[in-house]
Design a protein around this ligand. Structure first.
Ligand SMILES: Nc1ncnc2c1ncn2[C@@H]1O[C@H](COP(=O)(O)OP(=O)(O)OP(=O)(O)O)[C@@H](O)[C@H]1O
Ligand SMILES: [Mg+2]
Length: 290
């Protein structure tokens, strides 16, 4: 066996790059030569001929964006992946809009990341009034140029999408937004009658969101708790899924949050108890639900 390895190491026969089995540089990929690869401290590969090795850092640094929800970040390795798209789903009144707004407001006030909220559901007036209850003065943040509330109908957004998203993009650029909320994808998908059209439209929206370099929360309304068959296209398309629950236990409802999926993240499998307190949502990582 050792002889075989030695022979392989010594056999520096010339094999044309194009004939290397399984090693096909794709156009546009970042290939570095073997010498550079070694400098980075990787194990020395067995080299036959002029093979080029794709450079992969051994510990890729994933940039994280803290959510601003006390207790949540420690359960997801520090926060959401920067510029990822997360589906925040749940049934009516589960706390989705409060969760999303907290992510934006804390982004601005604690992490210096301006944010844009695109609402198909509630009016600016209603949202601003309700959020003041938590001490979140959206008008003030807007005046400071750190927050924008865009009130559109799904029809308007679909028109905007057909022109490449220009108007929303302009708002993002104007305030240098790093966080974005779409409330809700469900209202948007209802524009179309057939499942196929809904999927196409949702996929086009996601493609547009991914071009905007924002960490994005897309809110999804679900008739019942947890994932459903109809929504599967969304669930595969997003990087992460957070479910918000309002579960009935005897004569009381208990709020909970579950990180159902988060690409590139070692997250807990536990469903955490949460509460909506005077200053927003708090998650209790050490406590059990029942
Ligand atoms: N100031 C507050 N303090 C405590 N709980 C509150 C407060 N304001 C709202 N809530 C609770 O949060 C719920 C609404 O939260 P939110 O608007 O985030 O829900 P949602 O999931 O977005 O609902 P929908 O699907 O209807 O838009 C209310 O039904 C209420 O139970
Ligand atoms: Mg809502």
């Amino acid at each position: 066996m050792k002889d075989e390895l030695d022979r392989t190491n010594n056999e520096q026969e010339e094999v044309p790059e194009d004939n290397q089995p399984g090693i096909r540089p794709q156009s546009g990929e970042d290939f570095k030569d073997v010498a550079h690869h070694k400098q980075l401290g990787h194990a020395e590969p067995i080299i036959k001929g002029n093979i080029k090795v794709k450079h992969r850092p051994s510990t890729p640094a994933i940039k994280r964006v803290p959510t601003g929800i006390p207790g949540l970040d420690q359960a997801i390795e520090g926060g959401l992946k920067k510029n990822s798209v997360t589906l925040a789903g749940g049934c009516a009144g589960a706390g989705k809009s409060i969760f999303a707004m907290q992510f934006l407001v804390k982004g601005i006030t604690e992490f210096d990341e301006p944010g844009v909220y695109v609402s198909f559901e509630e009016s600016r007036k209603e949202v601003y009034e309700d959020m003041l209850r938590f001490g979140w003065d959206l008008k003030k943040l807007e005046e400071e140029g750190k927050f924008e509330f865009i009130e559109y109908t799904p029809e308007q957004v679909e028109k905007i999408m057909k022109t490449g998203g220009g108007v929303i993009r302009d708002v993002i650029d104007k305030i240098g937004a790093k966080r974005l909320i779409i409330d809700s994808i469900s209202a948007f998908m209802l524009l179309h009658e057939t499942e196929l059209k809904r999927r196409e439209s949702a996929l086009a929206l996601f493609a547009m969101l991914r071009r905007w370099d924002c960490t994005t929360l897309v809110i999804g309304q679900y008739a019942q708790e947890g994932p459903s068959h109809e929504s599967s296209v969304l669930e595969f398309e997003v990087d992460s899924i957070i479910w918000l629950y309002n579960i009935k236990k005897e004569d009381i409802r208990v709020r909970a949050l579950e990180v159902f999926k988060m690409r590139g993240t070692k997250h807990t499998a536990k469903t955490f108890p949460v509460q909506i307190k005077e200053d927003g949502i708090v998650l209790y990582p050490e406590e059990t639900l029942f």
